[in-house]
Design a protein around this ligand. Sequence first.
Ligand SMILES: C[S@@+](CC[C@H](N)C(=O)[O-])C[C@H]1O[C@@H](n2cnc3c(N)ncnc32)[C@H](O)[C@@H]1O
Length: 308
Amino acid sequence: MDHIPVLLHEALNGLCVKHDRVYLDCTFGRGGHSQAILAALGKFGCLIGLDRDPSAVSVGMKLALKDPRFRMIHTAFSKLEVALDDLGIERVAGILLDLGVSSPQLDQAHRGFSFQEDGPLDMRMDPTTGESAAEWVARADTAEIAQVLWVFGEERFSRRIARAIVEARATRPIQTTAQLGKIISDAQPIKDQKKHPATRAFQAIRLHINGELMEVERGLAAAMNRLEIGGRLAVISFHSLEDRLVKRTLRDASRLPLGDPRMPLPSNLAKPKLRLVGKAIKAGPEELQTNPRARSAVLRVAERTEAA
Ligand SMILES: C[S@@+](CC[C@H](N)C(=O)[O-])C[C@H]1O[C@@H](n2cnc3c(N)ncnc32)[C@H](O)[C@@H]1O
């Protein structure tokens, strides 16, 4: 398998798959989690896979030909409600989001995500739409670049790096990952010994190009709307910005909404939407030995409560 699914058993446990219900895997990737969900489903169960990456979708289409219980849809998960409406499905029993990028996306140089391998500077999960990293780096001004590096990468040399990018592109367009990696690396006066100097900046540009945090925010809201009562939501995140957003969203939805005591909320709204299930789960030593990518993974699970 070219992508080893992370926290597989833990995510499956969290979803509590019931034999004959409908499930949604919002981040199909190479289908590791989907295959495990299908194995737990019965003959009348159904799984819908979503992914915004056409190469993931073509893997999912092949699976759909082999297994009639599976459907694959090319879409961003922020639009999961549209996908469910198109299929005539109102509610599902479980939703999985395994966020971030897949190993093939990172490892294939032509996708332009990696500073380790030289490739065209692209970074779009869906290369059929939106602005590539090369186009953004050619167009954005110093302030915008610095802000992206700071907000999405917590990069302390954000301004220096932004200035270096703008200076470099005046001489030669920045079109490859190696070119950008070198500009970022050269601009840093102090290098982190444990990380490649371009790690934070590449993460920041990737998050920006793919609107990843906005996707998570909208995806979680949509997921809560379409879970049936007692349905489970399992979310795996890979870096602190993402996990903070997931944690806050699930926590807020599991609390009573704050209202004005003089104007009580209608009884259906005066209940939390979710119940948190257990604590955040991380990969154990065995998984870390076989899959170093699991190092930063955090799984959070919640259950839809009775509120409308
Ligand atoms: C970590 S991988 C998932 C791996 C998958 N669970 C497996 O076992 O093979 C993340 C996948 O989610 C997709 N993805 C990320 N953000 C997305 C979004 N907003 N909408 C749809 N797919 C997204 C990526 O294209 C990638 O294929």
